[in-house]
Design a protein around this ligand. Sequence first.
Ligand code: CDP
Length: 260
Amino acid sequence: MSHIVPLQIMNAVPVSRNGIFLCAERYICIVFMKQKIIITIDGWSSCGKSTLARQLARELGYVYIDSGAMYRAITLYFLRNHVDWTNAEAVHQALENIHLEFQSNHKTGQSEIYLNGENVEYVIRDLVVAEKVSEVAAIKEVREFAVRQQQQMGKNKGIVMDGRDIGTVVFPDAALKIFMTADKAVRVRRRFQELYEKNPNITMEEVRANLEMRDYIDSHREVSPLRKAEDALELDNSNLTIKEQLDIALQWARERTSDC
Ligand code: CDP
């Protein structure tokens, strides 16, 4: 049920879908406070989770958290510092030296990840990191480290988080869970285009191999494997435009937050 707090109603003009109204009278305004929910988006590699999550958060006035960026940043730290992640003690010590933070980019308005104070949002997308991230993300202590922080970020709700285990492990009680899929060929093409812009030497075959490897490791690992939560709604976007997928997800979100 939504929590509705009508303070005063006078010549109200709706200005946002988020329940905030402007009024003609000075000093009088009305704020309908809609209940904020947690929205989780899980799914296979490169199926557009972050695009949808970011847009959904913007439309709803929610915070967007890219949980994959956390695993990528941890992997980057391990690679740079030659951490042997098959050694539990080395992993434990390395994690003690890792501080992750999301900050909003003032120019783009998008949240970006910082590793020990350094903005690593772009470098973590590199294939060098993508080659190792699923191995690192399968380590129990790494997951506990990331999940603790993710749950903390969601404690006030009003959050859209995407990843692999968000609806199953991080927020099992989330009000809206989306599980995204798309044909493999479509996913490979999309990720290839994205990476090719930064590195024209990259090949479609490399991208396909990385995507298949990550899908396999992510769905077969012992700790929190990728799977669809029983109560998740499936969204196959192979043949959907970005606008169409957003409209579907927005509709689902509205059904779960009562309108004023
Ligand atoms: O963008 P893409 O879907 O390709 O991947 P990502 O969201 O950046 O995640 C990178 C990797 O982090 C995944 O392949 C998983 O191995 C891992 N990951 C995870 O284990 N759990 C999450 N909640 C998010 C990502």
